[in-house]
Every structure is written in structure tokens, then in C-alpha cells.
Design a protein around this ligand. Sequence first.
Ligand code: FRU
Length: 486
Amino acid sequence: MREWTREERYRVLKDASEIRGLYDSIKKSRYRQTYHIQPITGLSSDPNGFIYHKGTWHLYYQWCPWGAVHGLKYWYHTSSTDLVHWKNCGVGIYPDTFYDNKGVHSGSGFSDGDNLYLFYTGNHRDENWVRTPYTCVAKLEDSGKLVKAPKPLFGPHKDYTEHQRDPKVVYDKESQHYYILLGAQSKDLKGKVLIYRSDNLLTGWTFAGELKVPGFENLGGMWECPSIEHIAGKDILVFSPQYTKLPHRNQSTNHNVYLIGRMDFANLTFTAEGDFRHLDYGFDFYAAQFAANVQEGDRAILTAWIGLPDNHYPTEEEDWEGSLIIPRELRIVDGRLIQKPVPEMISLRQEELVLTDKLSRSCELAVENKDGQDFRLNLFTKENGSAGFQISYDKATKTCTIDRSQMDLRFNKAIGECLSLPLEKNLEKLSIFIDHSSVEIFFNDGEATFTTHLYPTESEAYFTASSNVTIKAWSLEKSVTDDFVV
Ligand code: FRU
């Protein structure tokens, strides 16, 4: 693992030519994906500003150009008209003011129909490296020009630590106020959400208070990327708690969870109807963002980072890592989120593949497990069927398990290489999306999902499946451009 100096990590990108060589070499990597958003160079982490505006989906990501390292962050801009064909649009927001001198950190988009606003955290540091986070706004004009407001909307609240960031803007019809939710940490090191209120998007923001979430006061030491969405008559609170271990996540201390319930903005209280659940049960899923109540008014689309803070991935050696999940459409059924790939994904299917024992490195698999029997499906095995990435199901306990410990390239061993989850229903169906360095698995039409990075070597090109399983497979169109646009 390469050691980076602070100067290297926080170097300002002055001209696109400075990273052209890096881009050219990264392009040759066997792990570059074809239908996932990924960084042109360096690191992509959280999705940001995900929004539908005037017929276009905008989706940004946290970007550090120089390598697979967290340093000076930019928002990199991608756009789409159908959620599956994405093009690179270049840097969306530069860290070029006093308030964001050490990074444009995460945030959200808000469209009032006519105007598109991007709310973000300006990560300011002084010469002693003391951090001051500012909540900032910029407007994306129809011409594509970004205009930053000259001053932040507000600075940090003195009663919390320096960890106050990731503004999410919500409009509450009842009170007719706008709210900004911020991920935060109390001085006794607990994860919190801070709420600011205004009746105008661009001015007059005041601190309303801390969000109360009765029963969930001790869930981690920092809540990153919070959001509240209204889906199918319910409210859902989503956040990424850190510095704690949680059930079903082995040794990981970074998670992405949700609660379904009711948000009362008048009393700043979110009342949950049940326990929290993980948004995804795989190894690499974090900082999810929604574009909810868009298009026909009731579509809710989810994106997230395939990756985790403080973790390291094999493509670091090649100076890049990270990507975003394929967009998922959400519903709420029986008190849980059901997540499916957006139906537009079907348009990417090319030919149906004749499956022998060879596995394509970019494809969709539709797996049927007749009568919900025990089964085992090993992807990326050796030619003799050994090793690989193991997906298994135990009917007696209705438990499914994924295990990446048998792959040639092992990584992040410390968080555990095996994850298990008991399902509600027998496992009869799996939908699996493979793309060079990631696998996303949807169990039982979205009852649970598992997302993981995987880096199969040349000899890991086969698969085995137990006999009760039938598999259909399609190759998928390359739908995300990988052009050098800076
Ligand atoms: C989550 C996060 C955010 C922050 C951003 C910085 O991964 O730590 O809280 O705004 O990344 O890149």
C-alpha cells in the first residue's frame, strides 16, 4: 500500500493534462467496469447531488483525482436521461474558495422545477489543519455553468465536534418549510442528525435542533450522509453509522441503515415502526443517496458507493478504486424496503448467453432455485471448479451466506470475508449483476441485497452451481462512457 503525503493528497488539479497519463494507464485495467459509474482516475466514493431535473438525471461523486486515496475532494458530474446510460460531464464543483479550500464534501441536489441547487459541505482547514465545515449552496444553470453562492448558508454548531456535514434538503409540505439535515457527532461522540430550517432555500437558515430518534440514541459514533424520504405514505430515515459493530456485518464498523416510520418536523422527532435494517448486506455499500418522488411523482431511486471508508481495494495499486451501484427502484412492503434494479436495466440486455462452465466478467444472471432448496453457487472458480466466490443457502435456517475468502485476491480481511443473513421467505430467486470488479445480488426480487467488490484473476473464470438451480444469463451493453472529460 502506497503512503501518501498530505501535499500529495491535497494537491490541486490545475490542468486536465496532469492526469491524462494516469487515465491512459487505468483504462487498461482488467477491473474497469462497463455499466457502472466509476472514477476517470483516482478515487470515487459517495454519490452526491442525485436528482432528476428537466428530463435529466444528475449524479455526482466524491472524487480525488490523484489515486485511490482520500484527499482533496471534488464533485465529479455524470448525467443520464434513462438511469442506465451515463456520460461523464467533468468536474461539477471545484474546491476553489476559502470555505471549501480542503474539499467539497458530500451533499444533495434540490430541484424546484425551474432551478437546480446543489448543497454541499465546504471542508475548510486553517494552517494548523483545524477543520471548519460550512454548509454551502451552488446553482447549476441550464447552460451547465455552476454558480456558487458567495457565502455559506451557515457554519458549524459549537455544541458538536468538527464532524458536521453532508447536507440533505427536504421540503415539508405540512409546515411549508425547507429543512437541511446534517450528519453530526455530539461531544460525547455519538452519531446525530442536526436540523436547520428556513422558508427560503437560499437564505434565512436557523438551527432548529437535534433530530430525536427514540430507541436509537446509541447507534454508532457518527452518522454520515443522513436523509429522510417519503415513499408510499411512509417516511424513511437513512444514514451511515460509523465506529460500531452491528449484527450481520461481521467485523465492519461502517454501515448504511434505514428506519421506516414517521417524521414529525414540528417536534423534530422520527418515530420508527420497528428496528433498523441494513440497506444492503454485502461487504461494500455505503453513503446511499435517494432521488425520491421524482418523475411521475412516486418513483424512488437509490444509489450508493460500492466501497467503505478506511478499507483498501486491490486496484489501489493501479491508482483508482470505487464505483456506484446500479440504480435501484424502491418500494415498501410489509415494513421493509424492497430494492430492485431499475427496470431500465433490461434495455441493456444484449444476447442470451449459452452457459457452459465459463463465466462472463460482465453479465446479468437470473437464477431460480426450485422449491427453495439448499444450494450453492460458486462464481469465478478455477477451471476445475474449486475456490471462487461462494453464495450458498441453507433451507433449514433460511440463511444465505456469501464468502469471498477463497478468491485469489483477498482484501479487507479484517472486516471478515463471510456474511450471512436469514431471509423471511425461502430463497427461490436471485438476480445477479457482475461487472469486472463488483457483484450485486438481489435475493427474492429485492427482499435483501448483497453488494461486494471482487477482483477475479485470469484463472478465475468459471462457475459451478448445484443441480437444483437453473440459470439464465445475458451479456449487457457497455452503457457508462469512460471518456476523458475533466
Ligand atoms: C462519507 C464521507 C462524508 C463526507 C465525504 C468526504 O464517506 O465521509 O461524510 O462528506 O465522505 O469525502
